[in-house]
Structure formats: structure tokens, C-alpha cells
Design a protein around this ligand. Structure first.
Ligand SMILES: Cc1ncc(COP(=O)(O)O)c(C=O)c1O
Length: 459
């Protein structure tokens, strides 16, 4: 029997029969999984095996398994941890989200698990539409890919082709853009490109620093110097609007506006890397949060998107042959990403008073009250919305490492970011509850007090 005006482009979950069946499958999987918890010995052996296969230790010796819930993830030994880093910013709605799991199950059952650019399915179209609709009229095109680095590679190629023979790129100090050969050169971390050949055509200029007088002018002058030294040779500039790995550094819109306008005047492509910021700063795109939409040529997104994409204006649409590749993403990731975008819009996460911005304020308040109790231990806080960081004591790598380790032992997963000072960062689920926040900050305080005692640091 034909269904009420629904096409393959509507989510199959709109059918009650499908939703019920998905729920039944998920319940059966969880019941079965809950009976398969590893004992301590087997859990440790599994981790050792994994480390041996990888050829190096895990950053945190853990293996997930079972069903988590929100900010709590379950490990294969049945215990839970507070996860405030979310696979480095991937889990928008945390662990075990029932609605997303249902979308995933239905997508998995639909046809093929991976979709390529040769044979796209409805999930490919729906995700591309959702992204384009939110990105605005200038960014007319969407090219899906798997990792953030791959989206960045595609962006770089589009920019080089359009701007040929210009072959140089400007990026910020502290930038991180991924792990491919080209991205390792853009990234401002020598150890990430140790032993790799380099083209030598990447120029780093200072990111905004509120402590530096005339910071914007100084960065503009650095850009100007490169434009003068390499006339007609700078193809593009890559902007991370909130620096992720660099330390959750932010800058006022005027800083970016000045640089982007100068780039446009000089015929330099404006490329925004939103792999980490997507969905976390208030609007879906940080360039919207900062009011920069009219100045942008190319944008890359990833992480929360469960895959990645390059969005670009008509002008940057490449010649056939430049971007392709087998995979566009997996069907489950595409369906779940589309749903995440829908929910962010429908459930009030977007906008200047949306839930993501409010989450940022709630976390700020927690830091303020922690700083009252431990004024000598809680240093500067940075970030925005669902990207938050702080400097413990003076932010030396040794102290940060100890705090992270103590947090891990007390049941909380966080990560470091930046250097000089090094910070501790949080990439929480956007739907973090007050109860979860309370638990996270109470573990953080306990861990910091432990480190203070062990290292004889003042609080
Ligand atoms: C700003 C930014 N760009 C690019 C990447 C690379 O993404 P992926 O690890 O998915 O390749 C990351 C990952 O952390 C990132 O934060």
C-alpha cells in the first residue's frame, strides 16, 4: 500500500512499524551486550592486545562497550566514565542517544553501508541539502568526504586550482588542520611532520592575542608582509575561528573581518576550517556566530558531522577530475549527521540565546565557582559554547598531564590543548545536564586537589 506522500528522501523512521522494529532490535542488542561484560583480567588483556596491534599505547587505556548515556560512557568491563571529550568532539548528543541510535539502525538496514560519489543514496542528498541550507546562499555546493583532513585536502585543491599559479597558503600560528602530508605542513606542530618532506610554501601569522596591544594590526602587518614578498603567489588563507588543538583561543569578529577583507582585496581565497567548531559555538557554523558569512569562499566541516564535507561558492567549483574518491561517507553517519543538524535546529541549540551558548555560560559559572574554591589552581578560561578550556596552575605540560591522569583515575576523560600555557579542554555533549556538570566539576576538583598535594602546589 502506498504511504502518505512519503518518498525515499524522507527518513524511514517516520514509519511506525520501522521505528518499533528499530527499538526492539536496539533493546535486544543492549540486553545481550549487558551480559557480555569483560572481567578485569580479560579487559586488561583486550587493552594490551589492542596496544600491541597498534604498535603503541593508547592515550587512555580504555575500551568502550555496552550502552552509555549522555556524558557517561560505558566501558567493556561494565564500569562507566564521564566523557567530556566525546571522541575529540564527535558525539554531539553524548553516548547512547536513543533517537540517533534508531536513525543509525534504520540507515544500516536500508541498503549499503558506505556510499561513494558514483552511487549516492538518499542519505547523501539529505545531508548535502541540510548543510547547504544552513550554510547560506553563497556556499552553493557541498562535497562529502570522510575525515576532516580529507575535507581540508579537497578545499586546498579547489583553492590552488582556482588561484593557479598561486601556490602558497597562509595560516595562523597554533593552527591544526589534520594529519595528511599537506595538512601536517599547515599545522603548527613540528613533531607532527617529523621526517616528512615539505613544500615549504606555508606561512604562519599570529592569531589574535588579547594581551598584545594592537594584535589585529600586527597580524594584518604579517599578512601584508607575505603578500608583498610573494606577489600573486598567495592562493588562500585558512582560518580556524576558534583554535581547537591550538588551545580554544578566540578572537573578536573585527579581527577576522579585517583579515578576510584584506584577503579578498588581494585575490586570496578565504577558507574556514570548521572541523572542530561545527555545531559548537552557538550557530551551526562559527562563521555565522561571528557574522562573517559574506566574506567566505570555502568551509570545511567534520567531527559532529560523523563524516566531513567541503562547502564552496560557485567560483571555487573545481574542474571535473579534481575531487573524487571512492567514499563519500557511510550511510549511517550521513543519516545520523542529518538528524543531528535537524535536532540542533528543532530543539533550540542554535542562536545567541540557544542551548549551546547557555551551556557555555553554565560551564563558565562552574569554573568561576571552582576558581573561588581554588584561586591559585584555576587559571585563565577560554573557549565558547560547547568548546571550553582552562589553564591549571601555570599550564606546564607536566602539571596538565598529571591533572588529566588524575581525572582519568577518578573517572573523567578530558584532553589537553595548546602550549605556553597548555590548557585542559572540554568538548561536552551539547545536551549536558546539570547533574552531569555537577559530577564533572566535582571529579575535576578532586583530581586537582590530589595533584596539588602530590606536587605541593598552592590552591
Ligand atoms: C580544526 C581541525 N581541522 C581538521 C582536523 C582533522 O580532522 P580529522 O581528524 O577528522 O582528519 C581537526 C581534528 O581535530 C581539527 O580540529
Amino acid at each position: 500500500m502506498a504511504k502518505k506522500n512519503l518518498s525515499p528522501l524522507h527518513p524511514l523512521l517516520e514509519s511506525e512499524a520501522v521505528r518499533d522494529a528499530a527499538r526492539a532490535l536496539i533493546a535486544a542488542v543492549h540486553e545481550e551486550a549487558s551480559e557480555r561484560v569483560l572481567n578485569e583480567k580479560n579487559y586488561e588483556k583486550a587493552i594490551r592486545d589492542l596496544e600491541r596491534l597498534r604498535g603503541r599505547p593508547l592515550f587512555y587505556p580504555l575500551l568502550t562497550g555496552g550502552r552509555g548515556s549522555g556524558a557517561r560512557m560505558q566501558l567493556a568491563d561494565g564500569t562507566t566514565r564521564l566523557d567530556f571529550i566525546g571522541g575529540i568532539g564527535v558525539y554531539a548528543f553524548g553516548h547512547g542517544d536513543a533517537d540517533l541510535t534508531e536513525h543509525a539502525v534504520v540507515a544500516a538496514a536500508s541498503d549499503v553501508l558506505f556510499q561513494g560519489h558514483l552511487v549516492p543514496g538518499p542519505e547523501y542528498l539529505r545531508l548535502s541539502r541540510a548543510l547547504q541550507k544552513h550554510a547560506g546562499p553563497e556556499l552553493k555546493h557541498v562535497w562529502l568526504s570522510l575525515s576532516g583532513a580529507m575535507a581540508n585536502e579537497n578545499a586546498l585543491k579547489m583553492i590552488f586550482q582556482k588561484r593557479s599559479p598561486a601556490d602558497r597558503i597562509v595560516v595562523f600560528d597554533g593552527a591544526f588542520h589534520g594529519r595528511t602530508l599537506a595538512m601536517a605542513e599547515l599545522t603548527d606542530k613540528p613533531s607532527f611532520r617529523e621526517g616528512l618532506p615539505q613544500r615549504g610554501k606555508v606561512h604562519h601569522i599570529p592569531f589574535y592575542d588579547p594581551k598584545v596591544e594592537s594584535s589585529t594590526e600586527k597580524t594584518l602587518a604579517a599578512l601584508e608582509k607575505h603578500l608583498r614578498r610573494h606577489p600573486g603567489k598567495i592562493a588562500g588563507m585558512c582560518f580556524e575561528l576558534v583554535q581547537g588543538e591550538g588551545g580554544f583561543n578566540t578572537a573578536p569578529p573585527e579581527f577576522f573581518t579585517a583579515l578576510m577583507k584584506r584577503c579578498r582585496e588581494a585575490g586570496v581565497a578565504v577558507w574556514v576550517d570548521e572541523v572542530q567548531t561545527f555545531g559548537r559555538t552557538g550557530e551551526l557554523f562559527a562563521f555565522q556566530t561571528l557574522g562573517l558569512a559574506e566574506l567566505i569562499d570555502v568551509v570545511t566541516v567534520g567531527k559532529i558531522l560523523q563524516g566531513s564535507a567541503t562547502l564552496f561558492s560557485k567560483e571555487y567549483n573545481p574542474e571535473p577530475g579534481l575531487v573524487a574518491g571512492t567514499f563519500a561517507g557511510n550511510t549511517i553517519g550521513m543519516a545520523v549527521a542529518t538528524r543531528i543538524i535537524e535536532r540542533m535546529e528543532e530543539e533550540g541549540y542554535l542562536g545567541p540565546e540557544g542551548r549551546t551558548v547557555l551551556l557555555g555560560r553554565r560551564i563558565e559559572r562552574r569554573f568561576q565557582s571552582l576558581a573561588k574554591r581554588m584561586p591559585k589552581a584555576v587559571g585563565e578560561r577560554s573557549g565558547v559554547g560547547a568548546m571550553q578550556a582552562f589553564v591549571p596552575w601555570h599550564g606546564t605540560p607536566e602539571v596538565v598531564k598529571d591533572v588529566l591522569q588524575a581525572c582519568f583515575e577518578e573517572g573523567l576523560i578530558l584532553l589537553s590543548a595548546g602550549s605556553n600555557p597548555m590548557k585542559i579542554r572540554m568538548l561536552p555533549p551539547v545536551n549536558t545536564t546539570d547533574e552531569e556538570l555537577e559530577a564533572v566539576f566535582s571529579v575535576l576538583e578532586k583530581a586537582m586537589r590530589r595533584v596539588a598535594e602530590e606536587r605541593e602546589l598552592p590552591c
